[in-house]
Design a binder for this molecule. Structure first.
Ligand code: FES
Length: 178
């Protein structure tokens, strides 16, 4: 979005995440005084009340529901654009997940994510938005049929990878290169 803004358009970005290690694009954004980075493990949660936003500003927010609700409460006069993950797939069944490099086989329960199952075993596995938007959690798929529930990957990328925060197995088992 920042890249696509016209040059004379004023903007500011409040970029929040759990830790800097989990936040993509930091290198590209570093040094831009219009960007405020808030890493929760260093700075705690963002202080939305301290922000001032012109009344005619458009506020675009992408993040967990709690943050979305807080932003909406703070900026009721501003236009809030929501981005929501797809909800038109069922995918809500348990399945087996093999992490081939680690030699582990896990169960991903119904209503839980591949990301949660993977991070329980491999806590350093990167992620950020946890909603299928940023691509940080993309992993290579070695076997199995994936129910893709993101809006980010191209068909070519979907042929051999998945965003593990939202996508699931269509059935049976999937095998990741982890
Ligand atoms: S963590 Fe952002 S797409 Fe999965």
């Amino acid at each position: 979005m920042v890249r696509s803004l016209p040059e004379n358009m004023p903007w500011r970005l409040l970029y929040c995440g759990r830790s800097r290690a989990s936040m993509p694009f930091l290198g590209e954004l570093a040094g831009d005084e219009r960007v405020t980075v808030v890493a929760e493990d260093e700075n705690g949660r963002p202080d939305l009340d301290a922000l001032t936003v012109p009344e005619d500003a458009a506020v675009y927010c992408c993040g967990p529901q709690g943050l979305m609700a807080a932003v909406e409460e703070c900026f009721p006069a501003a236009r809030l654009e929501r981005f929501a993950p797809r909800t038109d797939t069922d995918g809500n069944h348990a399945f087996e997940l093999e992490l081939r490099c680690s030699g582990r086989v896990l169960t991903v329960p119904a209503g839980s994510s591949v990301l949660a199952a993977v991070r329980a075993e491999l806590p350093d596995t990167p992620y950020s938005c946890a909603q299928g938007f940023c691509g940080t959690c993309q992993q290579r798929v070695l076997e199995g049929e994936v129910e893709h529930q993101d809006e980010l990957l191209t068909d070519t990328e979907r042929a051999d990878s998945m965003l593990i925060c939202v996508s699931r197995a269509r059935s049976g088992r999937i095998v990741l290169d982890l």
